[in-house]
Design a protein around this ligand. Structure first.
Ligand SMILES: Cc1cc2nc3c(=O)[nH]c(=O)nc-3n(C[C@H](O)[C@H](O)[C@H](O)COP(=O)(O)OP(=O)(O)OC[C@H]3O[C@@H](n4cnc5c(N)ncnc54)[C@H](O)[C@@H]3O)c2cc1C
Ligand code: SF4
Ligand code: SF4
Ligand code: SF4
Length: 366
């Protein structure tokens, strides 16, 4: 392969409109203190800020989820052979879990399991803290380092001096430059939480042995079918399309569709294929729904209300989960193999839908 640089990412990724804004390229380059690229605003792909300083090392190119240069290497590491026939990825077990702690359960998106596990790892001194994120402005999430329960509850609750209804939608914004935040905690042992695009680029860094991946102890991955963009005009259109008022929204969850709970108790289900006008276009070019390279993956799909679907993928992930269950940090539903198979089927179905959506999108792009 000819030597690559950030210019190749601009040509092959940004100009096609498929930059997922995962932050991987910026994180590596600024961690290596090259100071060459950065984000100008949270809604646009990164740009050159000091092009003349670019060493043309190509690392930003290799770790980008849209170049797929390291796919084969990652498949070997994760003993993963065929994404098209097994888009759910390799896994060890699947559960429906819930936080035992009322505060995490109440503030959590689903069962409050992700933040409960992080809190447990901090209390046990297995990690120094985690890179999580909270809403900092309309449709923007600020990544931050948390090493205590109060901060973790802020990451769950997403409270800001804006309406609670906006907070609900903003839970599903990926504009959290979590990976860049890693650079500030070079001497800590960390957990990171991320969407599939974010976990992919961090695993690529780990595979290449480049900074700042050396500090990551555990990769906690969220399911993600797509991400949303809402400006004022889109909010108005959304209200008209679905005949609701934002001010009447109590809570939003994403499972097999977008679930809107209204203050009067009514529940509205909006299928993903009705949300095309609000979806971030680059998400069309993404095929991983369940976060296949995480140590543990978490989603709402296939579990009842107030429970999180949890997939253990690595031995490390499995052990942490089992210890958290044994110590009563999280509880799990007692489900038999028939129910587990149903959960797998439903998750596989969504994973396949995402793979097909990408194939179609890329065909039209080429
Ligand atoms: C953009 C997005 C899309 C999703 N799409 C789906 C879907 O289609 N189907 C599905 O079943 N589940 C989806 N999920 C996952 C689901 O909404 C819950 O996050 C998951 O079930 C965990 O719930 P919990 O209550 O256990 O987590 P909590 O205990 O509430 O913890 C959530 C953690 O995630 C972190 N976090 C939240 N948003 C981000 C972000 N953007 N980037 C990095 N970290 C973040 C928070 O800081 C917190 O630490 C999506 C999540 C996101 C963020
Ligand atoms: S120095 Fe390397 S990582 Fe940074 S922009 Fe240039 S090619 Fe990319
Ligand atoms: S690494 Fe991430 S942010 Fe950088 S170009 Fe690729 S998708 Fe975009
Ligand atoms: S669908 Fe989710 S994982 Fe894929 S690019 Fe969009 S935000 Fe990232």
């Amino acid at each position: 392969m000819s030597p690559k640089s950030f210019q190749d990412l601009i040509d092959e990724v940004h100009e096609k409109g498929i930059c997922q804004e995962c932050g991987g390229c910026v994180s590596f380059c600024s961690s290596a203190e090259f100071d060459v690229i950065g984000f100008k605003d949270p809604y646009s792909p990164p740009i050159y800020i000091n092009k003349e300083k670019c060493l043309e090392c190509g690392i930003c190119y290799y770790i980008c989820p849209q170049t797929h240069v390291l796919d084969e290497e990652l498949s070997k590491t994760f003993k993963f052979s065929d994404f098209s026939s097994m888009p759910i990825g390799n896994f060890l077990d699947i559960y429906s879990c819930q936080a035992s702690n009322e505060e995490f359960l109440e503030a959590g998106t689903d069962g409050g399991v992700v933040n409960s596990i992080i809190n447990y790892l901090i209390e046990k001194k297995i990690i120094d803290g985690a890179i999580v994120s909270k809403v900092d402005a309309p449709f923007s999430r600020e990544a931050f380092f948390s090493d205590n329960k109060d901060d973790l509850l802020k990451a769950s609750g997403a409270k800001l001096e804006i309406s609670q209804q906006l907070d609900e939608i903003q839970k599903f914004s990926t504009y959290a430059h979590s990976i860049s935040e890693l650079n500030h905690y070079k001497f800590k042992k960390l957990a990171v939480v991320g969407t599939p695009c974010q976990i992919y680029t961090m695993r690529c860094m780990e595979n290449l042995g480049v900074t700042p991946s050396q500090n990551i102890y555990i990769y906690l991955g969220l399911f993600c079918f797509e991400n949303f963009m809402f400006n004022n005009a889109q909010i108005k259109k959304f209200e008209k399309d679905f005949n609701i008022k934002f001010e009447n929204i109590e809570k939003i969850n994403i499972k097999e569709d977008l679930i809107i709970k209204l203050k009067d108790g009514k529940i509205i289900h909006v299928p993903f294929n009705h949300l095309a006008d609000y979806m971030r276009p680059a998400c069309n070019a993404c095929n991983d729904f369940t976060n296949i390279y995480a140590d543990i993956s978490f989603g709402g799909l296939a579990s009842p209300d107030k429970y999180t679907t949890v997939i253990s993928r690595t031995e490390k992930g499995k052990k942490i989960l089992s210890n958290a269950m044994d110590e009563g940090v999280i509880t799990r539903l007692d489900i038999d193999n028939t129910r587990k198979n149903k959960m797998k089927e439903s998750i596989t179905q969504f994973s396949q839908l995402k793979v097909k959506r990408k194939e179609k999108f890329m065909e039209n792009l080429n």
